[in-house]
Design a protein around this ligand. Sequence first.
Ligand SMILES: [Zn+2]
Length: 282
Amino acid sequence: MNITSIVRLCLALLCCLPPDCIFANDDLLIIRDGDLPILITAPHGGRLELQDVPVRTGDGLKKGPSGFFAGRDTGTEELAVRVVELLDQQLPGSPSCVISRVHRKYVDFNRPPEIAVEHSKAREVYDSFHHAARSSVNRIRMTHSRGLLVDIHGQGSSAATAYRGTSNGVTVEQLRRSFGEAAHTGEYSLMGLLAGKGWKVHPDPGTGREQAGFTGGFIVRTYGSSRADGIDAIQLELGIDYRRAEAREKSAEVLAGAIIEWGRRYLALTPETDSSGTQADN
Ligand SMILES: [Zn+2]
């Protein structure tokens, strides 16, 4: 990507993002600390080059989607940005976000630091991503006690399927404790709400264990609610049917809609009020 196209991309993003989003680390990350108890992350969708940094080789690491893997999750950066924008428009407040614009071949934000980077410059970007995520989780916990992190990914196994990754419920422990198992697996769980809007989800609401390889990575395990300093965290692994350019607007609308319904139910998010001052219909 040349300078002209980077500038054009930045301008395009700046036009569609709320004004308080910031570009950090020479525009390699899109970061915002909002005021709602919602955090959207997308670590693998970026495509920008890291100047003067060699691509990772993964020498000595197990290769594969759950080990060393340098491929992008195509379309997830754009999808995450659009979800943030829609939440911003439809809720009385702003969600937080940490979205990578740098290519995964240099840094993998969904791995522990010792296997995420192979160069000090990439480590700086890695630390910025996680510093922002930790700050937002801490702020959400301090302000709201509870919250939801949705970590958006792409998978190549099934084009039409959205896989849930919560370490089979571990990263949403607080949700299950407060509202019961149905909040995690039932009709009004996040996946249940997505299924109700036409998505093919796995596991099916009410049944089954998560697909091996898609059970949730470093981000949801680090910031999830099984930890004393975490919030409920759900990784979504989306097939290409949800991520391709012509499908993304619809996907963003469905996902933002499901997050809002989830938030009203489990985070007591208040609906927008209409012009008469009465609460809008759920
Ligand atoms: Zn991913």
